[in-house]
Design a protein around this ligand. Structure first.
Ligand code: FES
Length: 363
């Protein structure tokens, strides 16, 4: 690399700066991750090569690597090089101490290198493949395959999916509790640009099965039916685990003005031994509306035996015996299919949307 003339900038007193192992500073206009390890200062670019995370706000490991606070990529604190096995680097900057002050050369001593990573399949163009209507059922019951029991919400969901098949639609059932889904690690709380599409967990962890939900919601399905039990007046914990990982779908609207869910219909099946159906439905409709779904008239069916019904042993029996609950689920399917037919006929949905007052942080 042809080096430019040095542009030394005084960034503060060495005595003061040495107390923090790592900090984000600015030399002139250049963000720098300044480290101090065993009394030795190091300066590398403060902008992560992955997605621009502020490296100086991360942490310094014992073996001298700066770990990005966004998604944990790491770089050697003096050279900016990644660990062996990766060629990604951030520029390094010379440092000197003069008159008790730390000086950083704002001109980098090495280049940024971003190696070509194969594009993740979820980054492909969003386009509806031709074919019959497609209905994805997402069961968020807490019942697991390892302990199979009758799930009232999943039973109604299955009735809805069977009816969709009978009407000529293709169906797919995803059981959240049987997928290996990592918990959202809240990157958005570190910075708007830290929450990426695809989710950085998905990009880094091939074993994470949230991809199946993303594929179904963003690409495959015209209709998404989500079923949940009521737990303490709210949807189930698997439901929230999934929803938190869908932050990245919502944040694409906020940070990139990009709508991923286009012309798709969602509806809900809610069952609980006790009450709070309307609150659960409200939560689900709010969230799925926020990520871009539209709803048919009367977008949920629900069953609850009321607050005073503590005889839970009768709850499953009630659902098994009352065919009208499954009739309700089938009618919901028909409303969804009718709506989806109209939406699909309109062609591709909008990729951008005007949302007054909510500014995108990064583009
Ligand atoms: S690891 Fe630094 S921005 Fe993703």
């Amino acid at each position: 690399m042809k080096t430019k003339p040095a542009k030394w900038i005084c960034v503060g007193s060495a005595d003061k700066l040495k107390h923090k192992p790592l900090q984000q500073i600015v030399a002139g206009k250049v963000p720098i991750a300044l480290s101090c390890r065993d009394g030795q200062f190091g300066a590398i670019s403060g902008v992560c090569t992955h997605a621009g995370g502020p490296l100086g706000d991360g942490r310094l490991t014992k073996d001298g690597f700066v770990v990005c606070p966004w998604h944990n990529w790491d770089y050697e604190c003096q050279t900016g090089k990644a660990r062996p096995g990766s060629t990604d680097t951030v520029p390094s900057h010379d440092v000197k101490i003069e008159g008790g002050d730390v000086w950083v050369n704002a001109e980098p001593g090495s280049k940024r290198v971003k190696s070509a990573h194969p594009a993740h399949p979820l980054t492909r163009e969003i386009r509806r493949e031709p074919g019959p209507l497609r209905v994805a059922g997402i069961s968020t019951t807490a019942m697991s395959a390892g302990s199979p029991r009758f799930s009232t919400s999943e039973n109604l969901l299955q009735a809805a999916l069977d009816h969709a098949e009978a009407k000529g639609a293709k169906t797919r059932l995803l059981k959240v509790n049987e997928l290996k889904i990592r918990t959202c690690e809240g990157y958005y709380s570190k910075g708007a640009g830290a929450c990426t599409w695809p989710c950085s967990i998905t990009q880094q962890d091939e074993k994470d099965e949230m991809t199946q939900i993303y594929e179904a919601l963003v690409f495959w399905a015209d209709v998404v039916l989500v079923s949940t039990s009521i737990r303490w007046g709210a949807p189930s914990s698997p439901y929230f685990k999934m929803v938190e990982r869908l932050n990245c779908v919502q944040n694409q609207v906020t940070t990139h003005d990009k709508v991923l869910i286009r012309n798709k219909t969602a509806a809900f099946i809610i069952t609980g031994g006790q009450d709070n159906v309307q609150s659960v439905a409200g939560q689900m409709m709010m969230f799925f509306g926020e990520i871009g779904f539209t709803f048919p008239q009367f977008p949920f069916v629900a069953h609850s035996r009321g607050w005073s019904a503590e005889d839970m042993e009768n709850n499953v029996a009630y659902v098994k015996e009352h065919e009208e609950l499954r009739d309700g689920a089938r009618a919901l399917t028909e409303r969804c299919l009718a709506m989806a037919e109209g939406l699909v006929a309109r062609g591709e949905g909008p990729a951008k949307v005007q949302r007054g007052g909510r500014k995108a942080g990064r583009r």
